[in-house]
Write a protein that binds this ligand. Structure first.
Ligand SMILES: [Zn+2]
Length: 235
């Protein structure tokens, strides 16, 4: 059993590195995706503000057109009022003029508020444009780094797998190898654990005495009852 444990530890040594490199290869595209989404959100915020600003300015123009017409109407009514001596007609004109003045004044207030809001948005757009440009530069740098790191990790992974091929798994039967590989996956790249005293160094839980005795005898593979890792004495 000593031989099997030695062989498994040899594999574990390489597999630990493979596990780390593979985790890195998963992390890098995930990180790239996260940064892409972040940049897209920033860009969407910028687009939305640009859209609202354009819409506000078009509303302002519309309000200005309407008030221009209303002012013309007001002047016309004022002229009509001066021309007639019909008291009822004058009262009607004056009533309409008052209404027009109120409407125009309200529209002017609304227009001013819209212009202020548009100007505020202009500032936000400017700030966001600066941010987007900055983020874009940082993102391009990051992407170039990811490409370099990914290429390096893939090369390293190839080397490690080649090393694993040459590493002998003699003395490990298929069931043992399957158990080991299953544990690699579930225990994040650490399938083996040293037993120190009666404490498993994988999960730091004490194992029952009879298991420690069996491990010392070295006849069968012993797994930690707590974390399932294959236990080995200090070798
Ligand atoms: Zn354990």
């Amino acid at each position: 059993m000593q031989e099997t444990l030695q062989a498994l530890l040899g594999l574990q040594d390489i597999d630990r590195h493979i596990f780390k490199v593979e985790a890195e290869l998963r992390r890098l595209p995930a990180e790239l995706e996260r940064r892409t989404a972040q940049l897209a959100r920033l860009q969407a915020g910028l687009d939305e503000r640009r859209r609202v600003t354009t819409e506000l300015r078009s509303q302002v123009r519309e309000v200005e057109n309407i008030t221009t017409q209303q002012r013309q109407r007001q002047r016309k009514l004022e002229n009509e009022t001066n021309k007639t001596s019909d008291a009822a007609l004058i009262a009607a004109y004056e009533h309409e003029i008052r209404t027009l003045k109120r409407t125009i004044s309200q529209a002017e207030d609304d227009g001013l508020r819209m212009i202020e809001r548009a100007e505020q948005l202009d500032k936000e757009v400017e700030e966001l444009e600066r941010q987007v440009a900055e983020e874009q530069t940082a993102f391009e740098e990051f992407r170039a780094n990811v490409e370099r790191e990914t290429a390096a990790a893939e090369t390293r992974l190839g080397e490690l797998k080649a090393e694993l091929e040459t590493r002998s798994s003699d003395g490990i039967d298929k069931a043992q190898l399957d158990l080991y590989k299953g544990l690699l996956a579930t225990r994040e790249g650490e399938a083996m654990a040293e037993l120190e005293g009666r404490i498993c160094q994988g999960c730091y839980v004490e194992i029952p005495k009879n298991l420690a005795v069996q491990l010392a005898r070295g006849i069968v593979l012993i797994q930690c009852p707590s974390c399932n890792r294959i236990l080995h004495p200090r070798l």
